[in-house]
Design a protein around this ligand. Structure first.
Ligand code: ZN
Length: 365
């Protein structure tokens, strides 16, 4: 190696800097001298000296230490690019970051951030239910999609990633979903799939994802039962219950994510998507989704009674909250009673033919 050795610097000798005298825009190439005061030496010019106590940091570009001096002309600035010279100088200036009262500097920025944090904490402690209801309609669809995508990864990690896409079964499922979706007035951004897992469940995620588990298909006895379940999940989508749940349960990380526009931040997102997959909806949200399902089934000329009967078959009288998300829905008996009260003789055609129903039942083999 024959490169030049690093420049040795005698701290008391100072180093190079650029000085603006505050009265002209001329750049003065000066040599700093660390004596009892900071001396700015320029060949052929009288030496300028700044008291260390009077030196303050000024706003400057990255990599440049820019300084001013309270006892010098207001616009006089000193710029130092050499890091070792800069650190030697700053170590001698005890009041470098001190600001006159009323100045908007670092202090003001810290104060502002603190105010933001305090207001977020206040929202979380006192106003999350309120905030969840108010914020939910404001969450953009693109953000819901990203939430749904992240939660989808969690769902597949927990329940397996085997999507049943056997041709005949998939066609029957698509036909059923389309009829429900179109009758409900929802656009085709709904992404529904059947997952192969013995868990008897179904649920919806923000961004339009609906999952039907083959374990629930196995327990279903007719297409109206499954249609009722899917209609219920469409109700959750329509009411954006998943997104509201995220704000409610994942409050802190979600609000901070919203504030800093960093909802994709990996840690927060994983936390949020876990919340989404593991938590159940409020009783009110369930009742609203049931009302939506009853209404939708009536519009299709079919009875919502099957939904109540399927839920009752799956959960029985005793609700095991750990069994599944569907099972954690409150008071299955009450729901069955409500669906039975809404029972009507069919006035519309069957939603699936016998052959289609068989194909759907066996969609996962
Ligand atoms: Zn539900």
């Amino acid at each position: 190696m024959d490169s030049a050795p690093p420049r040795e610097l005698d701290p008391t000798e100072g180093g190079p800097a650029v000085y603006f005298d505050g009265s002209s825009s001329r750049r003065h190439q000066v040599t700093l001298g660390f004596r009892d005061r900071l001396e700015l030496d320029e060949t052929g010019e009288p030496t300028v000296a700044w008291s260390y106590d009077d030196i303050r940091r000024a706003d400057g570009p990255p990599g440049v230490l820019r300084l001013r001096c309270v006892s010098a002309p207001a616009l006089a600035r000193l710029e130092i690019r050499d890091a070792s010279v800069a650190s030697e100088l700053t170590s001698r200036c005890p009041r470098l970051d001190e600001h006159a009262p009323g100045r908007h500097g670092v202090g003001a920025i810290i104060g502002w951030s603190l105010a933001a944090v305090v207001s977020i904490v206040a929202v979380i402690v006192f106003g999350v239910p309120l905030a969840a209801d108010r914020l939910t309609p404001l969450v953009p669809q693109a953000l819901e999609r990203r939430l749904g995508d992240a939660a989808d990864v969690q769902v597949k990690a927990i329940f397996g990633d085997k999507v049943c896409n056997g041709t005949a079964g998939q066609q029957a499922f698509g036909k059923l979903m389309d009829r429900l979706r179109e009758t409900a007035g929802l656009d085709n951004s709904v992404l529904a799939s059947v997952l192969a897992t013995p868990v008897a469940n179904a649920f919806a995620l923000p961004g339009g994802r609906i999952y039907l588990f083959s374990g629930l298909l196995a327990k279903a006895e007719n297409p109206d039962e499954i249609a009722g379940v899917l209609a219920h999940e469409l109700g959750h989508l329509k009411h954006r219950d998943g997104t509201r749940n995220v704000i409610y349960n994942g409050g802190t990380s979600f609000l901070i994510g919203l504030l800093f526009g960093d909802i994709t931040g990996s840690g927060a997102l994983i936390l949020i998507s876990r919340t989404l997959v593991n938590s159940s909806y409020s009783r009110e949200a369930e009742q609203d989704a049931d009302a939506f399902a009853i209404d939708l089934m009536h519009k299709l000329g079919r009875s919502p009674k099957g939904l109540g009967e399927l839920l009752f078959r799956v959960t029985g009288k005793d609700v095991d909250k750990n069994l599944s998300i569907l099972a954690s829905h409150p008071l299955t008996e009450d729901r069955l009673a409500r669906m039975q009260a809404a029972d009507r003789p069919p006035s519309g055609p069957p939603l699936l033919t016998d052959a289609e129903w068989l194909a759907l039942k066996t969609a996962c083999g």
